[in-house]
Design a protein around this ligand. Sequence first.
Ligand SMILES: [Zn+2]
Ligand SMILES: [Zn+2]
Length: 133
Amino acid sequence: MGIGMKIFCNKCSFEKEVYLGKGMSFFDGFDIFLEYSPDIISDSELKRLNSVRRRRSKIDFYKELYHCHKCNNISTNLYVEFIYDINKKFIIEHLCHKCEIPLEVIAPKDVRQKPCPICGENLQINEDSFLWD
Ligand SMILES: [Zn+2]
Ligand SMILES: [Zn+2]
């Protein structure tokens, strides 16, 4: 289940529908963690985490809005937060495809403070959201 919203610009034709939330069902969050294979964690550490994951780890993943502060592109990506060894946290970083710099997670209401990627006017968001699954 998730929420759909429309982001648009009043000045130009920029328009984008986005879907946020936990809209996908996954078999096992740990597999996603492995797939993104964080460089900061060694193979042996991963093996160890895998063996203790049921007791001491937790993974959260949902679609979030991401903003690039260089080209102002707004996109949706899977936000993945993996908590392991009780208090260590790993968050998967997403890069802008164009600028190759880390994207920033933003809340839907913050979209109004972001400039349109095409013309620079402040963006609008239609929060009369609809549910999807
Ligand atoms: Zn615009
Ligand atoms: Zn960018």
